[in-house]
Design a protein around this ligand. Structure first.
Ligand SMILES: [Zn+2]
Length: 239
Protein backbone atom coordinates (compact mmCIF):
# COMPACT_ATOMS: atom_id res chain seq x y z
CA UNK A 1 0.00 0.00 0.00
CA UNK A 2 1.15 3.54 -0.72
CA UNK A 3 0.58 6.38 1.73
CA UNK A 4 1.11 10.00 0.84
CA UNK A 5 2.26 12.48 3.47
CA UNK A 6 1.53 16.12 2.77
CA UNK A 7 3.70 18.86 4.22
CA UNK A 8 3.63 22.57 3.47
CA UNK A 9 5.95 24.91 5.32
CA UNK A 10 8.89 24.03 7.54
CA UNK A 11 9.74 26.97 9.77
CA UNK A 12 11.71 27.65 12.92
CA UNK A 13 9.56 30.63 14.00
CA UNK A 14 5.88 30.44 14.96
CA UNK A 15 3.57 30.68 11.95
CA UNK A 16 -0.03 31.82 12.11
CA UNK A 17 -1.43 28.85 10.29
CA UNK A 18 -1.81 25.17 11.11
CA UNK A 19 -0.06 23.86 8.03
CA UNK A 20 3.54 24.10 9.14
CA UNK A 21 6.08 22.01 11.02
CA UNK A 22 9.20 22.87 12.93
CA UNK A 23 12.50 21.52 11.53
CA UNK A 24 13.08 19.46 14.73
CA UNK A 25 9.57 18.05 14.44
CA UNK A 26 10.09 17.20 10.78
CA UNK A 27 13.36 15.48 11.68
CA UNK A 28 11.54 13.41 14.34
CA UNK A 29 9.08 12.26 11.65
CA UNK A 30 11.97 11.23 9.41
CA UNK A 31 13.53 9.40 12.35
CA UNK A 32 10.24 7.58 12.90
CA UNK A 33 10.30 6.48 9.26
CA UNK A 34 13.85 5.22 9.62
CA UNK A 35 13.34 3.54 13.01
CA UNK A 36 10.27 1.70 11.77
CA UNK A 37 12.07 0.72 8.56
CA UNK A 38 9.35 2.26 6.42
CA UNK A 39 10.22 2.46 2.75
CA UNK A 40 9.93 5.91 1.13
CA UNK A 41 9.03 5.90 -2.55
CA UNK A 42 8.01 8.18 -5.40
CA UNK A 43 4.73 8.08 -7.34
CA UNK A 44 4.49 4.93 -9.43
CA UNK A 45 5.75 2.53 -6.76
CA UNK A 46 3.12 0.38 -5.16
CA UNK A 47 4.38 0.02 -1.61
CA UNK A 48 5.73 2.68 0.74
CA UNK A 49 5.41 6.27 1.87
CA UNK A 50 5.49 9.26 -0.48
CA UNK A 51 6.68 12.50 1.13
CA UNK A 52 5.18 15.56 -0.57
CA UNK A 53 5.30 19.33 -0.16
CA UNK A 54 2.56 21.61 -1.43
CA UNK A 55 3.01 25.28 -2.41
CA UNK A 56 6.74 25.26 -3.28
CA UNK A 57 7.86 27.64 -0.55
CA UNK A 58 11.55 28.43 -0.05
CA UNK A 59 11.48 26.80 3.41
CA UNK A 60 11.43 23.43 1.66
CA UNK A 61 14.88 24.16 0.27
CA UNK A 62 16.19 25.80 3.43
CA UNK A 63 14.96 23.33 6.06
CA UNK A 64 13.45 20.19 4.58
CA UNK A 65 15.91 19.47 1.76
CA UNK A 66 19.03 19.22 4.01
CA UNK A 67 17.18 16.89 6.40
CA UNK A 68 15.81 14.72 3.61
CA UNK A 69 19.33 14.41 2.17
CA UNK A 70 20.62 13.43 5.62
CA UNK A 71 18.10 10.58 5.70
CA UNK A 72 18.48 9.76 2.00
CA UNK A 73 14.79 10.41 1.33
CA UNK A 74 13.41 11.73 -1.96
CA UNK A 75 10.26 13.81 -2.02
CA UNK A 76 7.74 15.33 -4.41
CA UNK A 77 7.54 19.13 -4.50
CA UNK A 78 4.41 20.72 -5.98
CA UNK A 79 4.97 24.20 -7.39
CA UNK A 80 2.53 27.07 -7.82
CA UNK A 81 4.14 27.83 -11.13
CA UNK A 82 3.24 31.50 -11.40
CA UNK A 83 4.90 32.14 -8.02
CA UNK A 84 8.24 30.42 -8.52
CA UNK A 85 10.98 32.89 -7.56
CA UNK A 86 8.42 35.38 -6.20
CA UNK A 87 6.87 36.33 -2.91
CA UNK A 88 3.56 34.79 -1.98
CA UNK A 89 0.65 37.12 -2.59
CA UNK A 90 -2.11 34.53 -2.46
CA UNK A 91 -1.96 33.32 1.13
CA UNK A 92 -3.36 35.08 4.14
CA UNK A 93 -0.76 37.44 5.58
CA UNK A 94 -1.48 37.92 9.26
CA UNK A 95 2.08 38.96 9.91
CA UNK A 96 2.06 41.41 7.02
CA UNK A 97 4.91 39.48 5.43
CA UNK A 98 4.74 37.52 2.22
CA UNK A 99 6.38 34.13 2.03
CA UNK A 100 9.25 33.59 -0.38
CA UNK A 101 8.89 30.81 -2.94
CA UNK A 102 11.52 28.50 -4.40
CA UNK A 103 13.54 29.69 -7.37
CA UNK A 104 13.93 27.59 -10.52
CA UNK A 105 17.60 27.01 -9.59
CA UNK A 106 16.61 25.59 -6.20
CA UNK A 107 13.94 23.43 -7.85
CA UNK A 108 16.51 22.15 -10.34
CA UNK A 109 18.95 21.26 -7.55
CA UNK A 110 16.30 19.21 -5.78
CA UNK A 111 15.29 17.56 -9.05
CA UNK A 112 18.95 16.66 -9.69
CA UNK A 113 19.06 15.02 -6.25
CA UNK A 114 16.14 12.83 -7.32
CA UNK A 115 13.04 14.73 -6.24
CA UNK A 116 9.94 14.68 -8.41
CA UNK A 117 8.60 18.09 -9.37
CA UNK A 118 4.84 18.34 -9.75
CA UNK A 119 2.27 21.00 -10.48
CA UNK A 120 0.19 22.73 -7.82
CA UNK A 121 -1.33 24.70 -10.74
CA UNK A 122 -0.54 28.21 -11.95
CA UNK A 123 -2.18 30.37 -9.30
CA UNK A 124 -3.54 28.09 -6.55
CA UNK A 125 -7.21 28.66 -7.35
CA UNK A 126 -10.01 26.35 -6.28
CA UNK A 127 -10.23 24.23 -9.45
CA UNK A 128 -13.82 23.16 -8.80
CA UNK A 129 -14.96 26.79 -9.25
CA UNK A 130 -13.30 27.41 -12.61
CA UNK A 131 -14.76 27.31 -16.10
CA UNK A 132 -13.37 24.96 -18.73
CA UNK A 133 -10.80 27.40 -20.14
CA UNK A 134 -9.53 28.51 -16.74
CA UNK A 135 -9.28 24.91 -15.59
CA UNK A 136 -7.35 23.90 -18.69
CA UNK A 137 -5.00 26.86 -18.22
CA UNK A 138 -4.23 25.98 -14.58
CA UNK A 139 -3.48 22.35 -15.41
CA UNK A 140 -1.94 22.48 -18.91
CA UNK A 141 0.12 25.64 -18.63
CA UNK A 142 1.70 24.74 -15.27
CA UNK A 143 2.69 21.33 -16.63
CA UNK A 144 4.06 22.87 -19.83
CA UNK A 145 6.24 25.39 -17.97
CA UNK A 146 7.60 22.79 -15.51
CA UNK A 147 8.50 20.53 -18.43
CA UNK A 148 10.21 23.40 -20.22
CA UNK A 149 12.25 24.41 -17.15
CA UNK A 150 12.79 21.15 -15.26
CA UNK A 151 11.68 18.04 -17.12
CA UNK A 152 8.81 15.57 -17.21
CA UNK A 153 5.90 16.52 -14.94
CA UNK A 154 3.34 13.82 -14.38
CA UNK A 155 1.95 14.69 -10.94
CA UNK A 156 -0.52 17.35 -9.87
CA UNK A 157 -1.67 18.33 -6.39
CA UNK A 158 -5.09 20.02 -6.32
CA UNK A 159 -5.16 23.32 -4.37
CA UNK A 160 -7.17 23.12 -1.13
CA UNK A 161 -7.72 19.41 -1.90
CA UNK A 162 -10.73 20.51 -3.93
CA UNK A 163 -11.54 18.08 -6.69
CA UNK A 164 -14.57 16.90 -8.68
CA UNK A 165 -15.29 14.94 -11.87
CA UNK A 166 -14.52 17.93 -14.15
CA UNK A 167 -11.17 18.48 -12.48
CA UNK A 168 -10.23 14.80 -12.77
CA UNK A 169 -11.20 14.78 -16.43
CA UNK A 170 -9.17 17.93 -17.14
CA UNK A 171 -6.15 16.51 -15.24
CA UNK A 172 -6.36 13.37 -17.32
CA UNK A 173 -6.63 15.38 -20.56
CA UNK A 174 -3.62 17.48 -19.53
CA UNK A 175 -1.65 14.23 -19.34
CA UNK A 176 -1.12 13.78 -15.61
CA UNK A 177 -0.65 10.22 -14.36
CA UNK A 178 -1.07 10.99 -10.65
CA UNK A 179 -3.38 13.50 -8.97
CA UNK A 180 -3.03 14.18 -5.26
CA UNK A 181 -6.15 15.09 -3.29
CA UNK A 182 -9.42 13.21 -3.15
CA UNK A 183 -10.75 9.98 -1.78
CA UNK A 184 -8.15 7.54 -3.07
CA UNK A 185 -10.48 5.99 -5.63
CA UNK A 186 -8.06 6.32 -8.58
CA UNK A 187 -4.54 7.43 -9.50
CA UNK A 188 -5.92 10.89 -10.21
CA UNK A 189 -7.55 11.12 -6.76
CA UNK A 190 -4.86 9.93 -4.37
CA UNK A 191 -5.55 10.40 -0.70
CA UNK A 192 -3.10 12.44 1.39
CA UNK A 193 -2.34 12.59 5.09
CA UNK A 194 -1.62 16.18 6.05
CA UNK A 195 0.87 16.84 8.85
CA UNK A 196 0.42 19.84 11.12
CA UNK A 197 2.25 21.63 13.89
CA UNK A 198 -0.04 19.78 16.33
CA UNK A 199 1.27 16.36 15.20
CA UNK A 200 3.71 14.28 17.22
CA UNK A 201 5.26 10.82 16.89
CA UNK A 202 2.04 9.22 18.16
CA UNK A 203 -0.33 10.90 15.68
CA UNK A 204 2.28 10.52 12.94
CA UNK A 205 2.29 6.75 13.53
CA UNK A 206 -1.53 6.63 13.56
CA UNK A 207 -1.67 8.52 10.25
CA UNK A 208 0.85 6.17 8.65
CA UNK A 209 -0.49 2.84 9.90
CA UNK A 210 -4.18 3.90 10.03
CA UNK A 211 -4.60 2.27 13.40
CA UNK A 212 -6.09 2.22 15.89
CA UNK A 213 -9.00 2.87 13.53
CA UNK A 214 -10.98 5.14 15.88
CA UNK A 215 -7.93 7.37 16.42
CA UNK A 216 -7.25 7.46 12.69
CA UNK A 217 -10.86 8.45 11.92
CA UNK A 218 -10.65 11.20 14.52
CA UNK A 219 -7.51 12.60 12.88
CA UNK A 220 -9.17 12.48 9.44
CA UNK A 221 -12.05 14.58 10.83
CA UNK A 222 -9.57 17.06 12.24
CA UNK A 223 -7.94 17.27 8.82
CA UNK A 224 -11.30 18.03 7.19
CA UNK A 225 -11.90 20.85 9.66
CA UNK A 226 -8.46 22.36 9.03
CA UNK A 227 -9.03 22.11 5.28
CA UNK A 228 -12.24 24.11 5.64
CA UNK A 229 -10.31 26.85 7.39
CA UNK A 230 -8.09 27.19 4.36
CA UNK A 231 -11.16 28.59 2.59
CA UNK A 232 -10.12 31.82 4.29
CA UNK A 233 -7.17 31.96 1.96
CA UNK A 234 -9.54 31.75 -1.00
CA UNK A 235 -11.43 34.78 0.28
CA UNK A 236 -8.15 36.65 0.41
CA UNK A 237 -7.31 35.71 -3.16
CA UNK A 238 -6.79 38.80 -5.27
CA UNK A 239 -8.07 37.48 -8.57
ZN1 LIG B 1 -1.54 24.59 -1.56
Amino acid sequence: MVKTLQFHRIASKVQFCGTWNRPEQFERFLNFIRTNEIKTVLPGDDDGIIVTFDDGEKSIYDYAFPLLKKFGIKAVVFLIVDYVGKRNVWDITLTGKHVQHLTWDEVLEMKDYGFQIGSHTMKHRNLTKLNKEELAYELFESKRIIEEKIGKCYCVSYPFNRVNAHVIQAASRAGYTFGFGGDGSSNLQLKKEALYITDNALSFGIKIFEKPKYAYNYLRCQQTVINYFTIATMLNRRR
